[in-house]
Write a protein that binds this ligand. Structure first.
Ligand code: PMM
Length: 270
């Protein structure tokens, strides 16, 4: 069964739940709600990666996430730490996190892969071409599926060189990262190629701009509310499951859990 990773953003500026979960108690309560709704893993992040976002001081990031990681891991919930900073990854794993989710695939912090190798935890390496402040500058591809696979292979090789075996790696095509509108659909079409690389695969489409653009007919997407984005996310999550991913990363865990359950029944009936 495809796993569901629930998103707990502890940031003031996240486009999805901005401001609501800065209070650690509120973030912890939200994480527990996502667990009750069927999340297999909770992904906790203290730095927004929305397009145009500025970097956060790693000390501030740690202050935001560590109490939340400690409380949810203390409940026995598998926790992932969404960070590009090695020091935050180390502190979070020491507080109980089982996964390090680095959206930069180990590129943002030169210490990250060695730190993960020493921690002996699992690591999510996402396809990434640069920080959010200028993320679209690098959104140029001649052959997106091929470049996506080649660049992910390079991250697997860098991880291996640092001492991380493929069995501890999860790959992610990085939907919305260095990819504009239609390029995200191309990356999703390439999911079976990414799955064929060997390591487990995670994909995150949740509430992302390209879904809202699709529903708005390619127009400005602010008119597409959260409910419609969550429905679109449940659909793309099922299609990703069909392509063979190990897990999907979502905000509305209940909707995607239900969609995956229905898809499972469909598959079992064949
Ligand atoms: N997307 C966001 C943040 N972290 N991590 C992984 N592995 N994959 C993603 O697609 C991903 C991520 C941005 O979305 P959010 O701000 O809504 O969490």
């Amino acid at each position: 069964m495809t796993l569901v990773m629930g998103i707990v953003n502890v940031t003031p500026d996240s486009f999805s739940d901005g401001g609501r979960h800065l209070d650690p108690e509120a973030a912890i309560a939200h994480g527990r709600d996502l667990r009750a709704a069927g999340a297999d893993i909770l992904d906790i992040g203290g730095e927004s990666t929305r397009p145009g976002a500025q970097r956060v001081d790693p000390a501030v990031e740690r202050e935001r996430v560590l109490p939340v990681v400690a409380a949810l891991a203390g409940d026995g919930i598998p926790v992932s730490i969404d960070t590009m900073n090695a020091a935050t990854a180390v502190a979070a794993v020491e507080a109980g996190a089982l996964f390090v989710n680095d959206v930069s695939g180990g590129l943002a912090d030169p210490e990250m892969l060695a730190a993960v190798a020493a921690l002996r935890c699992d690591v999510i390496l996402q396809h990434w071409r640069g920080h959010s402040a200028d993320m679209y500058a690098a959104a140029e591809y001649r052959d997106l599926p091929r470049e996506l696979v080649v660049e992910l292979e390079a991250r697997v090789a860098a991880a291996a060189a640092a001492g991380i075996p493929p069995a501890r790696i999860v790959l992610d095509p990085g939907i919305g990262f260095g990819k504009r509108g239609a390029q995200n659909w191309e990356a999703l079409r390439a999911l079976d190629r990414v799955c064929a690389m060997g390591p487990r695969v995670l994909v995150g489409t949740s509430r992302k701009r390209f879904l809202a653009e699709a529903l708005a007919g390619g127009e400005a997407s602010d008119s597409v509310d959260e409910r419609r984005r969550d429905l679109a996310t449940a659909v793309t999550s099922v299609l990703a499951a069909q392509a063979g991913v190990w897990a999907v990363r979502v905000h509305d865990v209940g909707a995607t859990r239900d969609a995956l359950t229905v898809w499972r029944r469909w598959e079992d009936g064949r």
